[in-house]
Design a protein around this ligand. Structure first.
Ligand code: NAD
Length: 508
């Protein structure tokens, strides 16, 4: 990551804050370059907002909540319908910006937007999602029902790797439930996020209902400690997510933190060989391995260990190039710092005795010599105490381990602290059933390499990959963004019945 800089060195776009429906130039003295990871071109500069600017955004959200919470559900839904249409219309344009600032291929950038768009589509059905419950006659003439009410100002803090999908996991569901929102996008690639925010305003999100502040630790800490923020959704690394969860919880907020991962694909020898290898290689090296659900470990069971040369061959055929170039499979990693970290971990794997089957360290990309490229890298003979296994590499590196039985594979996966996703490749229904039952990981794919659930389910990463009970999107997030109020009511027809004073707890 670049160090914060003075704003005046060259004339590049300065990203604005959004406060109370106005695009505001930050008064901060700290700015950071947004850099194209394939070229190092400075695309724009993002402010690290001041605490006063965070306060102003929260105050605007707090004021807007007073009217937005009473806006009819149908009106909120229609804004989401408009927003999904606008996102569809502008997908190609947003994908270009996203690919330029993040590095992923254009097709993958469109996928990033599409997976967020699906959440907006689902937000349009909030009418049935936010319904309460009703029980008639729970005691003589008494009914009990629940209201699912918005909780107030909510905040979202997002990572660099999905600058469209993850903001769209958050603000559409929060505001469609009647809350107002303060979004803090990743400082590494906020431009595509800001295009989505512009579309939200165009779709009719009123002033103050959605606000955006930019920055790093200071802004995040101001959000976590702000007395008027009721809930925080965080997606990012384990270290920061744990900090946000602890600080936000200490300050009385609901917090959900979706964090780092080490996702294992378990390959049984009865699996369909070609399809499995294609799935494995796509899930390991797609998006340059910078997906929280990337397959970063392959566990080859029994004779499946003989498939290693095929995995190596498929990985070596992937085309490394800038995300905007046609035919690219693997783009650059997001920053020079990220590249150095990935190279350091590859180095550690060699030193600790893993076998480097495919070495992506010296990949050359003609025309993009300055890009942060790392080619597909494959290790075999990896042991569970090696750093390439214990650390989330977040780069195009697949490590392979070998075991003899499915039971051993399940024990290995369950011993890893992370619990975001896992996959089993097999043609055996019995093995699949055993795996889904015994594996202690929140999201399981059966012959599916990246089992990210569609938005009418929820994202259910578990154990070390998550803090907080409820996950993003789906029914779980409606619970997260609402407060249940339970009403017990009795209506008297007239005053003629006199049962006398009752001093017991019973309602009858
Ligand atoms: P990150 O934790 O560095 O940044 C996430 C957010 O936290 C950013 O908005 C950033 O500005 C802020 N931040 C950074 N340092 C901070 C600090 N010291 N104090 C307070 N806030 C700080 O994560 P990243 O590198 O942008 O994203 C990659 C990570 O996100 C990976 O670990 C990946 O697995 C994880 N991720 C998880 C999921 C999931 O659903 N589990 C999804 C996507 C990404």
């Amino acid at each position: 990551m670049n160090a914060p800089q003075s704003p005046n060195s060259t004339k590049v776009e300065q990203v604005k804050l959004l406060i109370d429906g106005q695009w505001v130039e930050s008064k901060t003295t700290e700015w950071r370059d947004i850099v194209n990871p394939a070229t190092q071109e400075v695309l724009a500069r993002v402010p690290f907002a001041t605490v006063e600017e965070v306060d102003a955004a929260v105050a605007a959200a707090q004021r807007a909540f007073q009217t937005w919470r009473n806006t009819p559900i149908g009106a909120r839904m229609r804004i989401m319908l408009k927003l999904q249409a606008l996102i569809r219309e502008h997908t190609k344009r947003i994908a270009q910006v996203l690919s330029a600032e993040q590095g992923k291929t254009l097709a993958d950038a469109e996928g990033d937007i599409f997976r967020g768009l699906e959440v907006v589509e689902h937000a349009a059905s909030i009418g049935t999602l936010q319904m309460g419950e009703f029980a008639e006659n729970v005691a003589g003439g008494v009914d009990t029902y629940t209201l699912r009410q918005p909780i107030g100002v909510c905040a979202g803090i997002t990572p660099f790797n999905f600058p469209a999908m993850i903001p769209l996991w958050m603000f559409p569901m929060a505001i469609v439930c009647g809350n107002t929102f303060v979004l803090k996008p990743s400082e590494q690639d906020p431009l595509s996020t800001m295009l989505l925010v512009e579309l939200a305003l165009e779709a009719g999100v009123p002033a103050g209902v959605l606000n955006v502040v930019h920055g790093g630790k200071q802004v995040v800490d101001a959000i976590c400690t702000h007395q008027d923020i009721k809930a925080i959704s965080f997606v990012g690394s384990t270290e920061v997510g744990t900090h946000v969860y602890n600080l936000g919880s200490q300050h009385g907020k609901r917090v959900q933190s979706m964090m780092g991962a080490k996702n294992h694909a378990v390959v049984l020898p009865d699996a369909n060989r070609t399809q499995t290898i294609n799935a494995l290689v796509g899930a390991a090296f797609g998006a340059a391995g910078q997906r929280c659900m990337a397959t970063s470990v392959a566990v080859l069971v029994g004779k499946a260990r003989e498939w290693l040369p095929d995995i190596k061959e498929a990985a070596s055929k992937l085309k490394v190039n800038a995300g905007c170039e046609p035919g690219t499979d693997v783009g650059p990693v997001v920053s020079k710092r990220a590249k150095e970290r990935v190279l350091g971990l590859i180095e550690s794997g060699i030193k600790e005795g893993a076998k480097l089957e495919l070495d992506g360290r010296d990949v050359k990309v003609p025309g993009y010599e300055q890009g942060n490229f790392v080619g597909p890298t494959l290790f075999s003979g990896v042991k569970t105490d090696m750093q390439v296994y214990t650390q989330e590499i977040f780069g195009p590196v697949l490590v392979t381990l070998e075991v003899d039985t499915l039971d051993e594979a399940i024990a290995l996966v369950n011993a890893n602290p992370f619990g975001n996703g896992t996959g089993l490749f097999t043609q055996s229904g019995a093995a699949a059933r055993k795996f889904q039952s015994e594996i202690d990981i929140g999201q399981v794919g059966i012959n599916i390499p990246i089992p990210v659930p569609v938005p009418f389910f929820s994202f259910t990463g578990s154990r070390g990959s998550k803090l907080g009970d409820l996950g993003p999107y789906g029914k779980q997030v409606v619970q997260f963004y609402t407060q249940t109020k339970t009403v017990t009511a009795r209506w008297f027809d007239d005053d003629s019945v006199n049962d006398g004073v009752n001093t017991t707890i019973s309602l009858r």
